[in-house]
Design a protein. Structure first.
Lengths: 307, 383
């Protein structure tokens, strides 16, 4: 998955071992099926056929694409899985900001509406277009593994796929699993949250960035302008599915500051947002900094925020 | 930037996420074997209201076995077997009592019968669709039933909506015992044709509404051959409207179900059923909850409180308590325990009926109205 993954299972050792192996196989399947780095993945096949023929896809890939379409609609086009082509401009070690002439041909390739999803499969409408499902698949994989764990009747587990987390049940003591949220400015945790039966995803511009002309730019790029988004430093969201938590966190970041924060405030979800000054914000009344047990979902939150 | 849809992007995303395969395994992916055993016991008839026969009413012991399994990628099958052992007495007829009510003529306790049934369903699954074909047979010494059915399901709107259609046909053959001795019908046949359509709508990630309509047409020998005087029209059309609502109040730990059903038929029987059940506890561990059901029906057009020998036998009449005006309240408790691949379940239900429970009033309560208890125990294994 391109980042450290962790699986914690509690219960009968033989069953846990069997489930862990099953989860590893499933995680590897997600990797080989959707990675944009390998040539035989479905993502690579779809990208290679851009502007050409329809590529047949299975039900899972179709559902993931359809879900990405919902994210696109909800974010007013900011969450666009075709925006990965901007990497051609925003290369590692770049020393200057790209100009309009450099961006224009790349921006022309970004358009979710040119992803033609039909009964036969999927086709990218323009040669050179690309999709990147990384922004959905990793979180969805956390949910899918959690579902396998539940189906195998393991009652206490944590799936952590590079920061996209799902907590199955409580910890073996019956208390919420304690999960640390990383500090955007340092190596420690800015908060500890307790989670049971829910997903947590964190999105931030802090781990990958560009240093250009003495200024630090987020790796989050606006698909309309092709330029980095001036945004919150990080957003963590807790939701019933990791994939939903991840989409909300990413959309909030892409909306920039202060729109992203306003948007989060309109949602009935639990979040922790940290702005570029290090100030933190969370949902009033059930936030991550209030040490409360939230609403009806039996998700628990407790914070040891260090401010 | 304006937020264009302040309504609930969270609910929309959650609903969209539910269409991802990990959250929507509509196709069976594992084999399930389940067994269930239950005892149904009717309360004794009241001695003061019985002029003849045994007071001990029906007792039915049921054992069920079911196996369902995927076959390859696109097919699944299920196989069911059930056995019922029945004993006890049932009402043969009703006579007018001196106080203006009716008294029962019961059968002797000699009724001792068993029924065996098998059914097989084969289903083909496509993306968002399934089509199943089933055949069934049920037999007891005086009754044989053969049935065929088809059911179709289709998902719409990212699996938030499911349409289900089913049709079935059953052909039954009756060969009542001691027909010559009691001048009963020696042989009869009846046919049942049913159609049912329902729409299931996911209202939010935690709530669901199901609306259904059904129509059943029965033709042939619909009178009860064991009753002394039971003459029913040989054509009965029944219609039902159902509405079921289910809500997870506390995700994974508590759910509430409310079901309503309206039934009306060409015999002019009309009935309302309102049921509620609550489940508490962890789906992966112990779950339990109470259930409560209310039922009220109005009598058939040809219902008579007691058998009318003064009426010609070409004129419809029946003193069957199931066609009288009455109501019932049932309540119970169910519990499930899941450990690894095994789920054990238990259920208890008590049913009390009486004319006083009915929404419409009636002058005479049928003495044959039953109260009963059902206890069942089941286990399922997934592999």
């Amino acid at each position: 998955m391109g980042s450290p993954c962790e699986l914690k299972l509690s219960g009968d050792p033989a069953l846990c071992q069997q489930v862990a192996e099953d989860c590893q196989r499933e995680a590897a399947r997600f990797e080989t099926q959707y990675s944009r780095f390998t040539t035989d993945s479905i993502t690579a096949q779809i990208n290679a056929a851009a502007g050409g023929s329809v590529v047949p896809i299975d039900a899972e890939c179709r559902a993931i694409l359809a879900y990405a379409g919902v994210c696109w609609g909800l974010s007013d086009g900011l969450f666009d899985i075709t925006s990965g082509v901007l990497r051609r401009v925003w290369t590692k070690g770049r020393l200057q900001l790209p100009g309009p002439d450099e961006l224009r041909p790349i921006l022309a390739l970004i358009d979710w509406q040119k992803v033609e999803l039909s009964d036969a499969g999927v086709r990218l409408g323009m040669p050179g277009m690309e999709i990147d499902l990384g922004g959905v698949v990793k979180e969805y994989a956390a949910d899918a593994l959690a579902q396998r764990i539940r189906e195998a009747s393991v009652q206490h587990a944590v799936v952590n796929l590079g920061g996209d987390i799902f907590c199955v049940g409580t910890n073996p003591e019956g208390l919420p699993w304690r999960i640390g949220i990383k500090d955007p400015d340092g190596s420690g945790a800015i908060a500890q949250v307790g989670i049971a039966n829910a997903g947590l995803a964190t999105s931030g511009g802090y781990e990958r960035y560009f240093d250009i002309e003495g200024k630090r730019f987020s790796h989050l790029l606006n698909p309309a302008t092709g330029m980095p988004v001036e945004s919150l430093a990080s957003v963590s969201v807790i939701a019933e599915q990791s994939v939903v938590a991840g989409s909300i966190a990413t959309i909030a970041l892409l909306k920039g500051q202060p729109d992203g924060l306003h948007w989060l405030q309109t949602l009935d979800c639990n979040y922790l947002a940290i702005d570029s000054d290090g100030q933190s914000f969370s949902q009033p009344g059930q936030g991550l900094n209030e040490g409360s047990r939230s609403g009806p979902d039996r998700k628990f939150y407790r914070s040891t925020q260090q401010e | 930037m304006d937020v264009k849809k302040p309504l609930s992007p969270l609910a929309l995303l959650s609903a969209a996420a539910l269409s991802l395969p990990a959250f929507s395994a509509s196709q069976p992916t594992e084999r399930v074997v389940s067994v269930n055993t239950s005892v149904y016991q009717e309360g004794d008839a009241k001695a003061a209201e019985v002029v003849f026969g045994d007071l001990q009413r029906f007792r039915v012991k049921t054992n069920q076995f079911n196996l369902s399994a995927p076959i390859g990628r696109d097919w699944s099958m299920s196989l069911g077997y059930d056995n019922e052992a029945m004993s006890g007495a049932s009402p043969w007829g009703t006579v007018a009592a001196s106080d203006g009510s009716g008294d029962l003529i019961m059968s002797g306790a000699s009724i001792d019968d068993s029924r065996n049934g098998v059914d097989v369903t084969l289903t083909r699954h496509w993306r968002g669709q399934s089509l199943g074909v089933s055949v069934g047979y049920s037999g007891e010494h005086d009754y044989h039933s053969r049935s065929v059915g088809m059911n179709y399901e289709q998902d719409f709107f990212k699996q938030n909506t499911t349409l289900a259609l089913s049709v079935s046909y059953a052909s039954d053959e009756l060969t009542p015992t001691d027909a010559q001795l009691f001048q009963r019908l020696e042989k009869g046949a009846k046919q049942t044709r049913s159609f049912y359509a329902s729409v299931n709508q996911l209202l939010s990630p935690v709530s669901m509404l199901n609306l259904g309509f059904g129509i059943t047409k029965r033709t042939g020998e619909l009178s009860d051959p064991y009753k002394l005087r039971d003459i029913r029209p040989d054509n009965r059309v029944e219609r039902t409207l159902t509405a079921n609502y289910r809500r997870y109040v506390d995700w994974q730990t508590s759910s509430l179900a409310v079901n309503y059903r309206y039934f009306w038929d060409s015999y002019s029987v009309g009935a309302h059923t309102l049921a509620m059940s609550w489940m508490l506890g962890d789906e992966a561990g112990v779950q339990w909850g109470p259930m409560l059901r209310y039922y009220s029906q109005s009598e058939a057009a040809f219902y008579t409180p007691w058998d009318r020998y003064d009426q010609p036998d070409t004129m419809a009449q029946s003193s069957d308590f199931r066609l009288s005006t009455f109501g019932a309240v049932s309540y119970g408790l169910k519990a499930r325990y899941r450990i690894r691949r095994v789920q054990v379940s238990m259920q208890y239900e008590r049913y009390d009926s009486g004319s006083g429970y009915a929404l419409s009033s009636t002058k005479t309560e049928h003495p044959g109205l039953v109260d009963f208890e059902v206890v069942s125990l089941g286990a399922a294994y997934r592999f």
